[in-house]
Design a protein around this ligand. Structure first.
Ligand SMILES: [Zn+2]
Length: 356
């Protein structure tokens, strides 16, 4: 089967997934969003290589997407399917309630890393359900037709058998060129998938939602308040100054996602810096100039990992390295990047030299 690597064709097919009928659950959207993020973090040196996406990683990302969405909104846990039920988010909701303490719910990355029996069970349940349904059905754009596969071979899927999953390397294999194409399309497609997801959740929860709450923020926005604990740790370790311009942040301290939350959604300490109000609002959702990422990584893996352990927070050093590499190498030349307040530069080939 000839793989489709033309970005426009692939993009059209992914948009068709969005439009193929009224969804009764949000699983396909979750899988697509997780795949886009993992593609950005898995960009191969040779764009035409096939790329394996580990199914445990994919499962963790899907759990992560639902994790924050399980927070009650105005006292309600929002439905993610028409009837409010489903194997995947029941498993996530159960796991979440089992680890939620009196004051807060831990980050899902830590929960997965700690590997409690409840977590291992929930993870296995979600993985099997993903292989059985959404991963098998994702590329069916029209029912009954002979749908050409455009992302990965799903002929062996449709089963929850652990043996079959293991026989296929516990991975889905993206066709040649697909990983890089997905990474390039991610900035265009992620907002579209998020909008579709917000629409679905609004429709599935009509009885409890009026137009009031900011549903998009609830489902996908960065949770500023919960970042303050990380901000305290960063202040103690690196001082109360703006990472970008060195101004004091004692009056107004912002915790900034270095690689923008809207692009990669990494909450790990490695992706967090202190920023003054001016830099924070000027940078907004722009990609930072690569040297900022270099400086953030130069704070040191050991220091960041240690600091993360002390406050029971994920560090995600490797994830920042691979996401940064994927983001910058797949941007077109001359993409604007944020250098400093009122300083926008164009990305150049030189910037592509990437540490680690
Ligand atoms: Zn600043």
């Amino acid at each position: 089967m000839p793989p489709l690597t033309d970005p426009l064709t692939l993009g059209q097919k992914l948009v068709a997934v969005l439009e193929s009928g009224r969804r009764t659950a949000t699983y396909k959207l979750a899988v697509l969003m997780a795949l886009l993020d993992l593609a950005v973090e898995s960009v191969p040196d040779d764009a035409n290589d096939v790329v394996d996406i580990n199914l445990d990683d994919l499962t963790t990302r899907v759990i992560e997407l639902y994790w924050r969405q399980m927070r009650p909104l105005d006292g309600h846990r929002l439905r993610q399917s028409s009837d409010g039920r489903g194997v995947i988010f029941d498993a996530v909701a159960h796991l979440r309630s089992s680890v939620t303490g009196a004051h807060r719910t831990p980050s899902v990355d830590l929960v997965v890393a700690q590997g409690s029996p409840e977590c291992i069970a929930a993870h296995a349940t979600v993985k099997q359900a993903l292989v059985r349904y959404p991963l098998k059905l994702l590329q069916n754009l029209t029912t009954g037709a002979d749908n050409e596969r455009f992302l990965y071979d799903d002929s062996w899927m449709g089963t929850g058998s652990k043996r079959v999953i293991a026989e296929h390397g516990n991975a889905l294999t993206l066709f040649p060129g697909v990983c890089v194409t997905l990474a390039r399309l991610a900035p265009l497609l992620k907002p579209a998938f998020q909008l579709a997801w917000v629409d679905d959740v609004r429709r599935m929860n009509r009885s409890v939602l009026d137009d009031g709450p900011d549903l998009a923020h609830h489902l996908f926005g960065a949770d500023r308040i919960s970042l303050q604990r990380a901000g305290d740790a960063l202040t103690q370790e690196f001082g109360a100054s703006c990472f970008y311009c060195d101004a004091s942040v004692r009056a107004a301290r912002h915790v900034d996602h270095l690689l923008p939350w809207s692009r990669v959604g990494i909450d790990g300490l490695t992706n967090l810096v202190l920023a003054c109000a001016g830099c924070n609002s000027s940078k907004s959702d722009l990609l930072p100039a690569p040297e900022h990422v270099g400086r953030a990584l130069a704070r040191g893996r050991t220091v960041l990992d240690q600091l993360a352990v002390e406050i029971n927070w994920p560090s995600q050093y490797d994830r920042v390295v691979s996401a940064g590499r994927g983001l910058y190498t797949t941007q077109p030349m001359s993409t604007p990047v944020w250098q400093g307040r009122n300083q926008i530069q164009m990305l150049t080939r030189v910037d592509f030299v990437w540490p680690g």
